[in-house]
Design a protein around this ligand. Sequence first.
Ligand code: AMP
Ligand code: GLY
Length: 430
Amino acid sequence: MKVLLVGSGGREHALAWGLASSNKCEALYCAPGNGGISDYAEIVDIKAEDVDALTAFAVENKIDFVVGGPEAPLVLGLSDKLSAHGIPCFGPDEKAAQLEGSKGFMKDVISRYGIPTAAYGRFTDFESAKKFIEDTPSRVVVKTDGLAAGKGVIMCDGKEDAIEAARGMLEEASFGDAGAEIVIEEFLDGEELSYFALSDGKSILPLTSAQDHKRAFDGDEGPNTGGMGAYSPAHLMTPEIEEKIIKNIIEPTVTGMADDGMPYKGVLFAGIMVVDGEPKLLEYNIRFGDPECQPLMCRLQGDLLEILYAASTGNLNSIKDEVSWSDKTALCVVMAANGYPGSYMKRTLIKCLDYAVQVEGVNIFHAGTAKDQDGDFVNVGGRVLGITGIGDTVAEAQKRAYKAIDIISWPDGFCRRDIGWRAIKAENNK
Ligand code: AMP
Ligand code: GLY
């Protein structure tokens, strides 16, 4: 198969690594890719959001299969456009992609399917939003309806904060069009985990769990980011919780979406809050997580290309027995440019990656890197590298990742030093 992968993050580097290792992969292209992906794929200079140019490229180059990495092209209808040319795409069509593209849509459908989630209201008018906040007994979270680059969620301490957040979004367009409609929901107090499952529109294939670290600094301090590190499986996952997630959340979503005439194909990335042992759905993403995907790909045993193709062509049942997960833990630490998630310098030199990758049990995935004229790596984005260790315990995986990080020479970058801390604390208490 000739495969086109769309995206440029650490997630896409991990996917490229998996896809390229398949016997069925005759050629791999990646648009727009990054400095690390070029080891596995031919780089195509088309932006991930340019769905018309991606479709034209796929048609002209007789691409057999397209893998959508990030949400943006899927929300913009990449799957639909490819399908009009008979090219299967991993990732939902435009309608089903609203599960991530519109929080209000997501809350309405999952509530209709009886899925456990936080109580909520949808608003376009500030006075009604204010009244809802005043009438809600618990703390609330205020969210933009539309995509806001992961920033449109405001956790509010008191009613005043919440009212101001709602006013900003609705009356001052603080998030532009994304916040022209908002969702206000009850605050859920618990521990978060991410769960991944594939759907081919009819049947599902449960994958595995991970836990992300969204704050920039150690001890979960500092601003929210796209994710500073993740490990898999999540320490708080148990067979009971997994069964509840599958039976009460994933299955009713896939059945409900099919019954409603918008069958879901692709990966369902469920953001779960476990409250007193009960999993509740915070959000759906329509893609793999970044950096969650990096540890997932290090644990996956099976042919990634065959698996994603089966999910995209209604044949998930045919490959179910060929997918399994290593019992080991994989843990990814993100190295970011100093200043991220705020402003940061670009094109700073990163050295010694070839030595770092020689540490036993370590894979290095690139995100915002490019090669300069001398063939050295420089950063071109905020999140830059995902150093992923694998080990028998979370502590061992973490030790390997940090051993590799300590070899990398990049004065203009930083990372958290405590990725996996909750799990390691739990391991130590066993
Ligand atoms: P979302 O994009 O909706 O998942 O929100 C981003 C982050 O905000 C989540 O990963 C949670 O940490 C937090 N969050 C969102 N909704 C809630 C909620 N209802 N209660 C508590 N925390 C939440
Ligand atoms: N790491 C969180 C996300 O990919 O949404």
